[in-house]
Design a binder for this molecule. Sequence first.
Ligand code: NCD
Length: 319
Amino acid sequence: MKRHLLSAADLSRDDAELVLTTAAELRELADRPIKKLPALRGRTVVNLFFEDSTRTRISFEAAAKRLSADVINFAAKGSSLSKGESLKDTALTLEAMGADAVVVRHGASGAPHRLAHSGWVRSSVVNAGDGTHEHPTQALLDAFTMSRHLGAGKSGQSLDGRRVAIVGDVLHSRVARSNALLLHTLGAEVTLVAPPTLLPVGVETWPVETSYDLDGVIPKADAVMMLRVQRERMNGGFFPTAREYSRRYGLDGRRMATLQDHTIVMHPGPMVRGMEITADVADSDRSVIVEQVTNGVAVRMAVLYLLLGGSEPAVGGEE
Ligand code: NCD
């Protein structure tokens, strides 16, 4: 593993599989009455969130606490300093506090890279979502969730040849980019389905297929991942109306009926029910959306443990 986790592309197949198998061991903890391990005792993890977050921030906090690390939550939103200055000043503060890992979410694509490579901090930097760029731990938790439902092969976890449809606002989605990279590394076949206006420039260089035809793609998929339409990042009209968008790119009960029996429905959250996904689909037996959240804690524990090189075994070192 590299020292930082900034992009899903930082992970070789071996790295990614190590995270997934470590997460599988740690996942068992979620079902035990006492969920805590001493593996990162004495280490400090700082959650530095410049952008709103529910799941990701809480998930990193739970993950660090379950490994007995000290956690500092730093909500940087509202700073009046310009982005470069505020990031540097904040970084120097973190360094002074002795952070071992900094988990950063920022509205500007590339901010975690700046933090990692500026020389301002000595800690490991984990990208928890930067602008429209990447969100590698979300991709890891998605791959983990897929492997639990669809995994095959010797380890029972392989995603080789599995077909994943990622549907919706790919243009603004860091989740889509990180998933495309990681799933390719793990041998899955990804198809992005979106209106032409919501596919990024240069998508032809991504290791994926693209389609505008949701009904043509999803009957062949093993997993269908719906993306939120990120209106807060839009400054123009990317589609005629919400109704038109839902009709062409939303997942409703009628479309769900065309899926194979084993196919799972995913969403990174937050969902806009009625827009990209209807409530009956979100709450159906195929939906693994709540499980994605549970798995996120185990995956982030694995990432923190592996990056910080915990001195005790992740599991089995209990007192
Ligand atoms: C996503 C994000 O913030 O990139 N959510 C998440 O982290 N679970 C997706 C989104 O905001 O739609």
